[in-house]
Design a protein around this ligand. Structure first.
Ligand code: SF4
Ligand code: SF4
Length: 163
């Protein structure tokens, strides 16, 4: 099992505003929010290091569907969750990919998202995926994983599920 690592691209948070709503403001940095899918109410505390950026700017790039706690990071290169230590369990549990694929040398060359959506810049892997992996039935995720891992290994790739 590989460990999931979030690279803070902010893609998921840019659409989470549809689910995370501020219900009550307690102070400039303390809120009660509701998660729309489960109706769960949870407290959120804006981290001290983001107090200024949180109060002085709109959700990242003023994206209409962004989570209300997402802001552009200080370097302007990516995004920052301004309440990371108190983010809701849905954010803690979210995994945007469920498998990583490495070359024989150990370099990460692919990530699998959704049901079986491969993101890679390795042309050989992309071709192999299209010709041999895509036809494998996906109804049973565990059976799919058991079929795909040895298939990729036979071509020199090491695939690992992500926990
Ligand atoms: S969970 Fe995935 S999509 Fe969301 S910020 Fe992290 S890397 Fe990006
Ligand atoms: S609470 Fe943080 S991690 Fe969760 S969607 Fe909002 S910005 Fe992203």
């Amino acid at each position: 099992m590989a460990t999931f690592e979030c690279d803070h691209c902010g893609k998921c948070c840019r659409s989470f505003g549809a689910f995370i709503k501020i219900e009550r403001k307690i102070s400039d940095r303390d809120f009660y929010c509701r998660y729309g899918i489960t109706n769960e109410l949870f407290p959120v505390h804006v981290s001290p290091e983001y107090a200024d950026v949180f109060s002085s700017s709109l959700p990242a790039d003023a994206i209409p569907d962004a989570c209300p706690f997402l802001r552009n990071d200080r370097e302007g290169k990516g995004y920052a969750c301004t309440c990371y230590p108190t983010r809701p369990s849905q954010c803690r549990d979210f995994r945007c990919y469920h498998m990583i694929i490495r070359t024989a040398g150990g370099e990460i060359c692919g990530k699998v998202k959704g049901r079986a959506d491969l993101k890679t810049s390795d042309d050989n892997l992309a071709k192999l995926w299209k010709e041999e992996v895509e036809p494998i039935p996906r109804e049973d995720p565990a059976a799919w994983m058991r079929a795909v891992i040895p298939l990729l290994a036979a071509h020199g790739y090491h695939a690992e599920p992500v926990e």
